[in-house]
Design a protein around this ligand. Structure first.
Ligand code: AMP
Length: 437
């Protein structure tokens, strides 16, 4: 692996079409890995795994466009484990950079699951936890380190993480890492990695910023595209409710009563709103909790652990958990506040219906939020179905709707200030008005 100089930039090749193959054995994985996969009940590779694993096993760089929920973690976890060399007291051989603490824990757990039958130490390093604990773990030796860029740099500067022995570096959810401003940190880390290394980059979208990163730090990557044509998985039923802002909470209670979800995430726009909904909901629904970026790391970890264990049934959340988090029992997503960025809709809704399971998503739309809904529909190239619960249909027409915010927080900008919604191909005329009635 060479960091390219100005005149040695490599253009990623055109994406290759990938079809799922029949078995993991055919992908060329070892017997020990086959038993780990059996233990994990992974009977067949997902398309992402079928595409990435055979190439990554050869040591080549791979740029894969794939979302979470597609099995992407194992697609790099398996080749990393297969290519580990047996060395005693050596520095880490693989580094996985991820955007969030939750994803660091999740990726570590997945790699540990796939390490069944091997003596491999995988350590997660991320902010919000005392650094000393992690130093202690790293000092005992690590084969694979999974971490957020800031904390990885911190360990590097303390000398507790040495990158000299790396043979593989993974940039997981690269677009997300760049979105939240990790680019300088990522570059600092990559510049300190051995030049002869394998780089695997996974990203839900390959925006120009991701391409630039790939051109600079990857060597002739094989580019694989697993992005959904329709942007959301087909197994998810998607509905919207037109509801006045002041009635959203009551509608939420009715919807939970009607649906009796196995597990649900209720997405809110603000941290304060998240706290407030959780406090109110706790009085009427069992096993409710919340998670957002203002909570201490320990509290966030505890909530995620309980949610994964199924002890929390309804999790009220901001977009902190909107990306990357994989909890298999999530049957329902409720967009209590419609996401401000349409892409966030795809990430929120993608928390359910994972690996082909069924899921359902409901989005609450106030009369003045018609354009936001239309933008989402254009992005996913699909119309959401309208749902109704008696007593909650709004009678406020678009023109006279007063912008209100259910949580008394910053109200949405007036409709005139918003960009005009693009026309959805095939959408019926007057749909926005129909929605408002
Ligand atoms: P990921 O996209 O890596 O977050 O994976 C989504 C979920 O699919 C995780 O719960 C994995 O444990 C699970 N998973 C990954 N690969 C397979 C497979 N081949 N068969 C069944 N489940 C899988």
């Amino acid at each position: 692996m060479t960091e390219s100089t100005e005149n040695a930039v490599t253009e990623p090749a055109a994406p290759q079409a990938v079809h799922s193959t029949t078995s993991f054995a055919e992908l060329g994985v070892s017997d020990i890995m086959l038993s780990a996969l059996e233990e994990a009940c992974y009977h067949q590779p997902s398309p992402v795994q079928a595409g990435v694993i055979p190439i990554a096993l050869t040591g080549k760089d791979v740029l894969g466009q794939a979302r979470t929920g597609t099995g992407k973690t194992a697609s790099f976890g398996i080749p990393i484990l297969e290519r580990l060399e047996k060395k005693r007291n050596s520095p880490p051989q693989a580094l996985v950079l991820v955007p969030t603490r939750e994803l660091a824990v999740q990726v570590r757990d997945e790699i540990e699951k796939l390490s069944f039958g091997r003596k491999v130490r995988t350590i997660a390093v991320y902010g919000g936890k005392p650094i000393r604990q992690q130093v202690g773990k790293l000092e005992k030796g690590a084969d694979i380190v999974v971490g957020t860029p800031g904390r990885v740099l911190d360990h590097m500067s303390r000398g507790t993480l040495v990158l000299d022995g790396l043979q593989t570096v993974v940039l997981d959810e690269a677009d997300r890492m760049l979105d939240i401003g990790f680019r300088p940190d990522i570059e600092k880390i990559l510049r300190r990695c051995p030049k002869e290394r394998q780089t695997l980059l996974l990203s839900a979208t390959v925006a120009p910023a991701v391409e630039r990163l790939a051109q600079r730090y990857m060597r002739d990557p094989v580019v694989l595209d697993f992005s959904d044509k329709t942007k959301t998985v087909d197994t998810i039923d998607q509905y919207y409710f037109t509801v006045e802002a002041t009635k959203k909470y009551d509608l939420l209670v009715k919807l939970i009563e009607r649906e009796q979800p196995e597990q649900a995430i209720v997405f809110c726009r603000t941290k304060r709103g998240t706290d407030r909904i959780q406090r109110k909901l706790t009085k009427v629904v069992k096993a409710v909790d919340c998670i957002h970026g203002d909570m201490a790391q320990g509290a966030r970890d505890k909530v995620m652990k309980q949610f994964r264990a199924g002890e929390i049934k309804v999790l009220v959340a901001t977009d902190v958990v909107g990306r990357g988090i994989d909890v298999s029992g999530i049957s329902h997503i409720v967009n209590y506040d419609i996401p401000q960025a349409s892409d966030d809709y795809v990430h929120r809704v993608g928390r359910t219906g994972r690996m082909g399971r069924e899921g359902v998503a409901y989005t609450f739309v106030t009369p003045e939020e018609g354009p936001e809904l239309t933008r989402i529909e254009i992005l996913i190239n699909r119309l959401l179905k309208r749902d109704e619960i008696e007593g909650f249909s709004t009678i406020v027409p678009v023109a006279s709707a007063t912008p209100a915010h259910p949580d008394g927080e910053a109200a949405a900008p007036a409709e005139e200030e918003k960009p005009k919604p693009p026309q959805l191909p095939g959408a019926r005329r007057g749909r926005r008005h129909r929605r408002a009635l």
